[in-house]
Design a protein. Structure first.
Length: 189
């Protein structure tokens, strides 16, 4: 018999996703800028999932498996969008892009011009950022809708019809089950 589906989007998952967006993402951007390695949203997602899962266990209110899986996917999305904006800014101001003559040919809907006050004042709440942010967030929403649609089709084909295991879901599911306290026998010594 299949397990009953439960709600995973709760106030606790919203707090975890906001934590990932406002705490983990700036940290990951700093790592990206200092090392050049984009460890990205997956690391932030698992770290957020572990932090909030352990906090739930410490406060004797463990998160459910559904909440932990929602945190993992929501945190990975929340932590990845800002890196693209940062790369576009860097590319606009890059000496190599200027040397090849492409820096001034980047459209205004990708990143504001180099002479913009948004760069001088280093603020994102400048009117020059309206179009790049609007297009970026619209593309993110469309990408999310297409990913969910294709995931539902793939789920029906591969999990429901062919009964195949989800290839990357096993690790996240195992972590979520451990952190939710579903299997306490794993902790016996």
């Amino acid at each position: 018999m299949r397990e009953e589906l439960k709600e995973g989007f709760t106030y606790r998952t919203v707090v975890a996703i906001l934590f990932s967006a406002f705490i983990m993402m700036p940290s990951l951007l700093w790592v990206y800028l200092t090392t050049g390695q984009a460890i990205g949203g997956i690391a932030a997602a698992y770290a957020t999932m572990l932090i909030f899962g352990e906090l739930g266990l410490l406060f004797l209110s463990p998160l459910t498996v559904h909440e932990l899986v929602t945190i993992r996917w929501g945190a990975s999305m929340a932590a990845t969008y800002g890196a693209g904006l940062l790369f576009n800014i860097y590319f606009r101001k890059s000496p190599i892009a200027k040397q090849y003559g492409v820096a001034d040919k980047i459209p205004l809907w990708v990143v504001p011009p180099e002479t913009s006050e948004a760069f001088v004042e280093r603020i994102i709440w400048h009117p020059d950022w309206t179009l790049p942010l609007a297009i970026g967030y619209t593309a993110t929403i469309i990408s999310l809708i297409s990913a969910i649609s294709l995931s539902l089709i793939a789920r029906e084909l591969f999990i429901e019809v062919e009964s195949l295991p989800f290839p990357t879901g096993a690790v996240a599911a195992e972590i979520a089950e451990s952190l939710s306290g579903l299997r306490p026998e794993k902790y016996k010594i």
